[in-house]
Design a protein around this ligand. Sequence first.
Ligand code: NDP
Length: 293
Amino acid sequence: MQILDGKLAAQSIKDTLQKKISELPIGFRKPCLAAVLVGNNPASETYIGSKIKNCQEVGFESRLIRLPENCSENILLDAISSLNADSTVDGILVQLPLPKHISESKIIELIQPGKDVDGFHPVNAGKLMLNEPCFVPATPYGIMLLLSHFQIETSGKHAVVIGRSNIVGRPMSVLLSQPGNQGNCTVTVCHSKTPDLPYFTRQADIIVAAIGKPEFLKADMVKEGAIVIDVGINRVEDKSKKSGFALKGDVDFDAVSKKSAWISPVPGGVGLMTIAALLTNTYRAFEHHQQKN
Ligand code: NDP
C-alpha cells in the first residue's frame, strides 16, 4: 500500500505558486482571495482560517468578510456585488453552508464567473460538463491534482464515485470520465438509493468516497489493489482530544489500506489538496485579470 500524501502534493503546488509570486515585479499587485463567512459555525471557521493562512503562506493577499448569522440575504448580496466590482479582488468564495434563510443558489449565481474560484457558478458547472476551460470545484480538482502528482494511471480504469453532490461527487464523476490525463475512466456514480453498493465498489479500480459517514467504506467492499480516495471529513466525538473530537474519513483506513494499492489518509489527504486547488484557481483568476487589464 502506498499513501496518496496530500501534504506532499499540496506543498509542491504551493511551492510553485510561491515562486511565481516571488517573481512578480516589485510593487506589482498580488493575487487576492476574498472569503465571506456568515455566522460562526466552528467547522466553517476552521476551513476559512486554513484558507486564509494558506494564502499568506504563498504570498497572496486575502480578505475575510464576516457577517452575522442573522444578516439578511440582501446584505450578503451587496457584499458580493462590492467584491465583484473591486478590481483588486481576483477570487471570491462564500463559505458554505449558509444560514437557512439565505438562498445558496442566489448567492452563488451573483458571483462573477471569472471570480468564482470555488467553481460553483452554473456557468463554470456548465463549462465543466462541456470540457471547456473553467474553474473546477476545488475538492474534485484537488483530487485530480493528487492523482497527477503521484502519476496514477487512470485511463481505461473503472472508477466508482460514492456521492453525487454538486460540489464533490458529480463534478468528480465528470472529471474522471473526461478525455485526458487522470481521466478516461469508465465511471459509475453511486448514492443513497443505490441498491447493493458493495456490488459496485468491489468492481472498482478506483473508489472516491464522498459520503459524509465516518469509516463507511469497509475492507470487504474493496477489491485487492484498488486506488481509494477518501473525501470525507467527519467530526467524531473523542474525549481524549483537547478539541473533544477526532477527524475521520469515509473510509475505514486501517482495514482498507491493507488491501488497496494507493489510499489517501484523513487528515493529510484530500482536504489539503482542496486548498491547493483553491489557490491554483485564484492564481488563474489573477492571471486572467492581468491579461484583461
Ligand atoms: P453531501 O451530503 O452533499 O453528499 C453525500 C452523498 O453521499 C450524497 O450523494 C448521498 O446520496 C450519498 N450517500 C449518503 N449515504 C449513502 C449511502 N449509505 N450509500 C451511498 N451513498 C450515500 O456531502 P458532500 O458531497 O458535500 O461531502 C461528502 C463528504 O466529503 C463529507 O464528509 C464532507 O465533509 C466531505 N468534504 C470534504 C472536503 C474536503 O476538502 N476534503 C470538501 C467537501 C466535502 P443522496 O444524493 O442520495 O443523498
